[in-house]
Design a protein around this ligand. Structure first.
Ligand code: NAD
Length: 298
């Protein structure tokens, strides 16, 4: 049994903390929302009164917070001054590479081990304990990071040093955001050309147009039973979340001098779709923007 502090019990963190408790670990859980703490207690965690209370005696500290500023602030103010010596700190939030490197450096300066380990997979994978983690940490710490993440994971890959997990996450999601736009554009064009959507799906999924956005997440209802398009584009990966990741990618590109024109286009498209009021819809719903038929979306 490991003593774990879990900070951030939202849509993702709630299920992740529950899986740590289910695996037999002692989980002291904290969130700014009392309701979130109550749900974690129902799932077998112990309520902590504050971040300080959660981390004081912890061997592993896991954080699942909204963005870089939350992670920086919780690390600086609450975790680093109060955490037990020798603890392993793993931040699973999706944040900017600079913040990930900054908090890891502060942790190392305080004599602690730290990793950034963002996830791929949504709330269903968080609840099921089948997330994919990409970890940025020292090679020597990876075995400990793997052990800490195992109850929540389907796969855990070492991406490189601090910040590399976040780098992998934003590059992966840039591919995803761009490929979905390509798939949606192609369906919209196929329709204009009188090509049946299901026939095009069958052909492209067996041809060089095949990709995850098509065969796992088709924006056309009825083609992939588990795709959000079958549920009115509810659940899945919200457009607002995709936009957040593409913004992180663009910021990182600007700072590092990388040329990412397709990523910039993708960010603009999802920003437009989100600005029209569809930020909570799954990102595959952008098909309706391509078709110019937003009235079809509830
Ligand atoms: P969420 O908003 O549901 O949860 C974040 C939680 O952090 C909230 O409950 C909030 O109260 C809590 N919080 C904020 N500041 C805090 C503080 N100072 N102390 C304690 N708790 C605090 O968000 P989420 O969907 O769970 O996402 C969390 C992270 O995971 C984000 O970085 C997101 O980009 C990433 N992510 C989300 C998904 C997804 O499908 N939702 C998928 C992959 C990655």
């Amino acid at each position: 049994m490991t003593r774990i502090a879990f900070i951030g019990l939202g849509n993702m963190g709630g299920g992740m903390a529950a899986n740590q408790a289910k695996a037999g670990h002692q989980v002291r859980a904290f969130d700014l929302s009392p309701d979130a703490i109550q749900r974690a207690v129902s799932a077998g965690c112990i309520a902590a009164a504050s971040v300080r209370d959660a981390v004081m005696d912890a061997q592993v500290v896991l954080t699942m917070l909204p963005a870089g500023q939350h992670v920086r602030s919780v690390y600086e103010t609450d975790i680093l001054p109060h955490v037990a010596k020798g603890a392993l700190l793993v931040d699973c939030s999706t944040i900017d590479v600079d913040s990930a490197r900054a908090v890891a450096a502060m942790a190392v300066a305080a004599g602690l081990r730290a990793a950034d380990a963002p996830v791929s997979g949504g709330t269903a994978a968080a609840d099921a304990g089948t997330l994919a983690f990409m970890a940025g940490c020292e090679e020597a710490d990876f075995t400990a990071v793997e052990a800490a993440l195992a109850p929540m994971a389907r796969v855990i890959i070492h991406a490189g040093k601090a910040g590399s997990g976040q780098a992998a996450k934003i590059c992966n999601n840039m591919v995803l955001g761009i490929s979905m736009l390509g798939v949606c554009e192609a369906f919209a064009l196929a329709e204009k050309l009188g090509l049946e959507a299901d026939r095009f799906f069958e052909i492209a999924s067996k041809s060089s147009g095949q990709c995850w956005s098509l065969t796992s997440y088709s924006p056309i209802p009825g083609q992939v039973p588990t795709a959000p398009s079958n549920r009115g584009y509810e659940g899945g990966f919200a457009t607002g979340m995709m936009l957040k990741d593409l913004k992180l990618a663009q910021e990182a590109a600007a700072k590092s001098g990388a040329t990412t024109p397709m990523g910039a286009q993708a960010e603009a498209m999802y920003a437009l779709f989100s600005g029209l009021g569809y930020g909570t819809k799954d990102f595959s719903a952008v098909l309706h923007l391509m078709r110019g038929q937003l009235n079809e979306l509830a």
